[in-house]
Design a binder for this molecule. Sequence first.
Ligand SMILES: [Zn+2]
Ligand SMILES: [Zn+2]
Length: 354
Amino acid sequence: MEPVDALRRIAFLLERSRASTYRVEAYRSAAKAILPLGEDEVRRRVTDRTLRDIPGIGPSTSTVIEQAVAGQVPDKLAELETESAGPLAEGGEELRAALRGDLHSHSDWSDGGSPIEEMVATAMELGHEYLALTDHSPRLTVANGLTAERLRRQLGVVDAINTHTGDAFTLLKAIEVDILDDGTLDQEPGLLGELDVRVASVHSKLAMGSTAMTRRMLTAVGDPLTNVLGHCTGRMVMPRAGDRAGDRSGRRGGGRTRAQSTFDARAVFEACAESGTAVEINSRPERQDPPEDLMALALELGCLFALSTDAHAPGQLDFLAYGCARAEKVGVPPGLIVNTWPLEDLLEWAAPGG
Ligand SMILES: [Zn+2]
Ligand SMILES: [Zn+2]
C-alpha cells in the first residue's frame, strides 16, 4: 500500500467513527504533504530519517509512512481496520446497495473540512456514480456560504473535475440553499437554475411559530427550483459530529441538542408530493431527520425521498448506512428514493419544470 493511501484510509476510518478533528487532521495533512514528493523522494527520506523535517509530518504519521514504505500494513491502520472498518449500521443493506450516489455534501469552500477533490476521490472509492456538491448559500455566513460570484467560480472547478473523472463519475453542480424567513431561496434564481440539483434547508429561526414556519416551508417547497427539502425538522439528537470529527460545521453553536421545529408536517409533505420535491432522509447520526413518525407520514402522503449524508468530511460519506437502516425500518421502497435512480433519470427529475 502506498503511504498516501494508508494515510487517507486512516483518516477515512477515523472520520466515519466521528473521531476528533485534531486526530483526523494529522493524517489528512500528512497525506497532502507527501503527495507531491513522489515515491522515490519519500523512500529516500525514510532511509535518511528526514521525514519529520517535512512540515505536516509528525511522530504517528511518520511511523505510518515508514511502515507502508517497508511493505507492511501500518500498525495504526491494522488496528482501525479491526476495530472500526465494519458496516456502520445494522439493517438497510439492500437499500444501501441500491443507492447510486449522494445528494448532500460540503467541501472546504463552505464549512466542510476537505477540498472538493478529496470528497470526489472518496465518493468514487465508495462506488458512487454521482455526488452533489451542496455548499452553503450567502446568508449562512457562519458556514462561509458562497456568494453568487464564488458559486460561479466553483462551477468551473466542478467542470474541470468532471473532465477528469469522465463517464465513471459525475460531480453534480448543486447547493444547499437557505430557506429565508419568508420562504424564498437565498441565491440568484438564474444561477440556481444553472445547477443540476438544489437542496433547500432551514438553518435560521428554527423556533419560529408553527403557522409562520409552515408558510415558510410551503413557499420553499412550492418554488419550482427546489428539488429536495433538507433536514426538515432541524433537530439535533446528539452533539454535532463537527465538534469531534473532521469538519467545521460543529463550530457554529455545536455541542448541544436541539428540539425539532414545529410546523404542519401534513401540509408540507402534501406540497412535496404535489410538486415532486423529495423529502431528505438526512443520515447524520446527530440529525436523524426526519424522525420516523414523520418519515412514515411523508411515505403515506406519496412523497419521494433523497437519502443523503450531509457529509462535511470524506469519511462521513459513509454515513449513508445510518439513513438506509432508518428508511428500511419505516419501509421506504428503494424506488421512491431518487438517488437509487440512474443519473439520467435523476437529472430529468431535477431539471426546473422536469
Ligand atoms: Zn443544512
Ligand atoms: Zn448540509
